[in-house]
Write a protein that binds this ligand. Structure first.
Ligand code: GCU
Length: 599
């Protein structure tokens, strides 16, 4: 029997053991393990990896990770898969996009590659970094299970130091994208459930003591005359860390406490970062042999009453929502795709983008810093979530912590959103308040929000979460899902939000391909009419401080199958080719140009 393979405790037991996966679900690779990588040398592990889909988790049952390399002709027992031979796929990639037979595949898949290390020096530490793997990623090195990470859009690290050996090592990642009741998001989303390792995989070497976190910001006390640095050191030494901002004439020693933490407030009046003036300063931090760096923009964002203030001045978010989705690469983000996204946002005269509904590739926020585009970043607490489940809360909180640790040096990020279109229940309120509190604890320099639903019973803004967030996101589809468009102005007049409102979604499908309609639902002209009426109405109410219509590009989704959708959501201002603009594009661009000129 196959299950008698080496490493399987008792062959037959494997066939009857449905708790086979319990030992491999520690979720121990979390935000506390993340290391700061700015300025570090990354050794790329991208490229061809051996690959096998594994729908029934035969790999965990038979313990494929315990197999050792052996030529086929030398095998002495039958086997179902050899991790060291056979088909390969490129990393990063989404398996859904590689072969038709994997398009809708949901389950586990095994990635295997060698890792050749000339030496593992005694005075250095070795870390694996995975930019993102959708959803659960179990890590094995030389047959040893090192842990697993939950969350499909945030990076994680694994320390390999005491597990790697000089010479050839074998790295195996088992990635599982199954939608389940306890995950974040749960089972039902309006975006495609890609699977795979779809961002970079890298190796980092650090000294025994190194800087694992580095956060620099303008102290948000409206004096604009001091900056703060927060540092976390990992390792035995507690020598002070030297931080330097050459252009500001700053070179300071930050004392490190017994827990490895250090914070210093330094008098300085940097040029302020803004969309009009996206000024960045090079920052370095060093201790012993370790040195990290980052590009920092200094700015202050506040919510005062129904206003959002950037550096003390009221702003209006001229936005657009964006998914991370591509006709050819799925969720893998190519540089040219990112450049095109920002080019289109600028053509729309945007100063804001909503990165929906999950953390996007970290290159996007770095580009926003350089381009001067403000960002709303979000974790996928989307629609129905098991709000009663503490494991689910821990998963959501960890994804938020990983996002904040990854991006809190990004001046462009001004809003952390803790969810989208969740029901206003007691359990959801408690769950989301925990997340809002986490964001505030980790980062005093940003606003919190969530995309809330219209209370259709009363046709007004009413959601108990609002008391805990700074900016009220509202997804409203008057003219599309809410057919009586005239209810929009009533909705606005019925609402006394008391805080700034961002219309985080509005729009309509417009199909422009083969067999398109000239008028009516799903026609380009109807979509344009919805935009005309939305713009004309929303601009009438002062407490609306921003709009991020849904959405820049058509995007892939399983649940949209009518003859105009064919597996796509067609609300894009630009079609899925990311070239063909629909009529509504210019309507929004002209509106934003008018607002921009008034500024
Ligand atoms: C919802 C949801 C989006 C979805 C959109 C739509 O508001 O937040 O994820 O794609 O509406 O129905 O197109």
């Amino acid at each position: 029997m196959l299950e008698r393979m080496e490493g399987a405790d008792n062959g037959l037991a494997c066939l009857h053991d449905e708790d086979y996966d319990v030992p491999f679900n520690k979720q121990n690779l979390n935000s506390s393990m993340l290391i700061f990588t700015g300025g570090r040398k990354a050794e790329s592990l991208n490229g061809e990896w051996n690959f096998c889909v594994d729908l029934l988790d035969t790999g965990l049952r038979q313990k494929w990770f315990s197999f050792t390399p052996e030529a086929p002709e030398d095998k002495t027992e039958p086997y179902d898969y050899d991790p060291y031979a056979g088909e390969t796929v490129p990393v990063p990639s989404c398996w859904s996009m590689l072969k038709d037979k994997w398009y809708f595949f949901e389950g586990s898949a095994w990635y295997t590659r060698s890792l050749d290390l000339e030496e593992v020096r005694k005075d250095e530490r070795l870390f694996l970094r995975v930019g993102a793997a959708q959803y659960d990623c179990k890590v094995f090195l030389n047959g040893e299970f090192l842990g697993n990470h939950y969350g499909g859009s945030t990076p994680f690290n694994v320390e390999l130091t005491d597990h790697a050996k000089p010479g050839r090592n074998w790295l195996m990642l088992c990635v599982n994208n199954t939608r389940t009741l306890d995950r974040v998001p749960m089972r039902n989303t309006d975006w495609f459930n890609y699977g795979g390792i779809y961002r970079d995989v890298e190796l980092y070497r650090t000294p025994k003591t190194f800087i694992s976190d580095f956060f620099a910001y303008l102290v948000p006390d409206s004096s604009y005359d001091k900056i703060a640095v927060e540092l976390q050191v990992n390792g035995p030494d507690r020598a002070p860390v030297t931080v330097e901002f050459k252009e500001l004439g700053i070179k300071s020693e930050v004392p490190i406490d017994e827990d490895g933490f250090g914070k210093l407030v330094i008098p300085s009046k940097p040029e302020l970062w803004s969309p009009e003036h996206p000024r960045l300063y090079q920052a370095t931090a060093s201790v012993g042999e370790d040195r990290v760096e980052d590009m920092i923009g200094f700015r202050q964002i506040d919510q005062v009453g129904t206003d959002v203030l950037l550096n003390g001045k009221p702003i209006f978010f001229r936005g657009i929502s964006v998914h991370e989705d591509d006709e050819f690469t799925g969720k893998v983000l190519r540089d040219e795709d990112l450049e095109q996204r920002f080019r289109h946002a600028k053509e729309l005269n945007c100063n804001f983008m909503r990165f929906a509904h999950y953390p996007h590739d970290e290159r996007a926020a770095k580009m926003a810093d350089r381009e001067g585009i403000l960002l709303w970043e979000e974790i996928p607490v989307y629609w129905a979530i098991d709000f009663k489940n503490t494991d689910t809360l821990n998963d959501a909180r960890n994804q938020l912590q990983e996002l904040i640790k990854r991006d809190r040096n990004r001046a462009s990020v001004v809003i952390w959103s803790v969810g989208n279109e969740n029901p206003d229940t007691d359990e959801r309120l408690s769950f989301m308040k925990h997340l809002v509190d986490t964001a505030k604890e980790m980062d005093p320099t940003r606003l919190t929000s969530a995309a809330c639903l219209v209370n259709h019973t009363k046709n007004r803004i009413e959601d108990r979460l609002i008391q805990h967030i700074n900016v009220i996101g509202i997804n409203e589809y008057y003219g599309w899902y809410e057919e009586n468009f005239d209810d929009l102005i009533d909705f606005l007049d019925n609402s006394e939000p008391g805080k700034p409102v961002v219309i985080s979604e509005t729009g309509a499908d417009g199909y422009i391909g083969e067999g398109k309609l000239e008028k009516g639902f799903f026609s380009e002209s109807y979509m344009a009419e919805v935009y005309r009426k939305q713009i004309a109405t929303l601009r009438q109410r002062e407490f609306v401080k921003g709009i991020s219509p849904w959405i820049l590009y058509d995007f892939r989704v399983e649940r949209r199958q009518n003859m105009f959708q064919q597996g796509w959501n067609r609300k894009g201002l630009i079609a899925s080719d990311k070239k063909t603009k629909k009529t509504a594009f210019k309507l929004l661009a002209d509106f934003y140009a008018e607002l921009k000129a008034k500024n």
